[in-house]
Write a protein that binds this ligand. Structure first.
Ligand SMILES: Cc1cc2nc3c(=O)[nH]c(=O)nc-3n(C[C@H](O)[C@H](O)[C@H](O)COP(=O)(O)OP(=O)(O)OC[C@H]3O[C@@H](n4cnc5c(N)ncnc54)[C@H](O)[C@@H]3O)c2cc1C
Length: 328
């Protein structure tokens, strides 16, 4: 049995137990969210001992070389001494500007942070309730264009936080938000390259931010945004996106439905529609968000179409898994 040393305490890690589960079962309160190695909320660093490289998937080579790892993915093969990956930044207060419906099950939540909030459109933040529960939401706003932070929240059946946002939060309420995280955002420096943005449901949020950010920075290459839903009622911000397309000759908005054809809509799985329009993605930057199965399938398909894995940025909207001794 491996021994995990954290803050001068040692804990036995059972076979098959992750470092995150081991420490949180002991009440150490390590932050985490998706529990699946995607959101990087549970980043830690090994100061002694060897970390399995599988727990470093998705980290930068420089981070891996320094011993950083995702504690939810780390099943230790030997003893480890670990520290938190980043000093846990205290959540900052923010005020609810408004909560407005965008579609039958997606609401737009706008927030005004109490202090300057540094972020790139497409990154995500953690929204905290008073009881300590928190969830990740992606940023649809663009600092140069929008005063408030904008999040798109889909109501998940029985969902604790999404239900609270839809049913209880109102203008003027106080919440707390953590600093922006994630590496899916528009990178300046190659204004001629193509951008392929594919999302389902509220996965439109980061793509809406990335597309507007790129166009606002005079990106010259083609920018394609594919938004998928089962039926037309799940496609939102259509008028805004059509207006954006009318203003920018290099921007293409492609709404897609998978349950049955509809006027003005592409029919099929959103990533398959995207690949039928863009079969050759060598040199393109790809951003994928929303349903985890779509993100996984699209990652593979866009890679096979020529996109380099370092240019494929994916944020699957993974649920916060129940876990002993920790708050999601
Ligand atoms: C990096 C990242 C970015 C995210 N960005 C967004 C965003 O911009 N907009 C958005 O709406 N969501 C986003 N999510 C998902 C969000 O963090 C929550 O998981 C979601 O709002 C559900 O939380 P909840 O408290 O309402 O549901 P919970 O109380 O956590 O779950 C209730 C039940 O629903 C299931 N469930 C939870 N989430 C889902 C899901 N997505 N699909 C299917 N079943 C689910 C749970 O397993 C559980 O059975 C993101 C997630 C990650 C990891």
């Amino acid at each position: 049995m491996a021994v995990i040393t954290f803050q001068e305490h040692s804990f036995d890690c059972a076979p098959g137990q992750s470092v995150l589960d081991c420490l949180n079962a002991a009440g150490m309160g390590i932050p985490w969210s998706c529990g699946a190695g995607a959101c990087q909320s549970c980043l830690m660093r090994a100061t002694d001992g060897r970390v399995d490289p599988r727990a470093q998937a998705g980290l930068k080579p420089t981070q891996a070389a320094q011993g950083y790892f995702l504690s939810c993915q780390c099943l230790p093969g030997g003893d480890l001494t670990v520290v938190l990956g980043e000093p846990a930044a205290a959540p900052m207060p923010a005020r609810v500007v408004d909560v407005t419906p965008l579609s039958r099950d997606v609401a737009r939540l706008r927030l005004a942070p109490d202090a300057a909030f540094d972020y790139r459109p497409g990154q995500f933040l953690r929204l905290h309730r008073d009881d300590g529960t928190s969830r990740c939401y992606s940023l649809a706003s663009v600092p140069a264009l929008d005063d408030a932070l904008e999040l798109h929240v889909r109501r998940v059946p029985e969902g604790e936080v999404s239900g609270w946002i839809h049913d209880e939060l109102t203008s003027g309420d106080d919440v707390a938000i953590s600093p922006a995280m994630g590496g899916s955002f528009y990178l300046e420096g190659r204004p001629e390259r193509g951008l392929c943005l594919i999302g389902t449901g509220s996965g439109l949020a980061p793509l809406y931010g990335i597309a507007r950010d790129a166009l606002n920075q005079d990106h010259m290459g083609p920018v394609w945004l594919f938004h998928g839903s089962a039926d037309a009622s799940g496609l939102y911000l259509r008028e805004e996106l059509q207006a954006l397309q009318a203003r920018h000759a290099n921007f293409q908005y492609v709404p897609c439905v998978s349950a049955g054809p509809g006027p003005g809509l592409e029919f099929g799985n959103v990533h398959e529609v995207a690949l039928s329009k863009l079969p050759e993605l060598t040199g393109w930057s790809v951003h994928l968000c929303g349903h985890p199965a779509m993100v996984q399938a699209a990652r593979r398909a866009t890679f096979l179409a020529g996109a380099s894995s370092r240019d494929i940025h994916a944020d699957p909207f993974l649920p916060s898994a129940p876990r002993s001794g920790a708050n999601a």
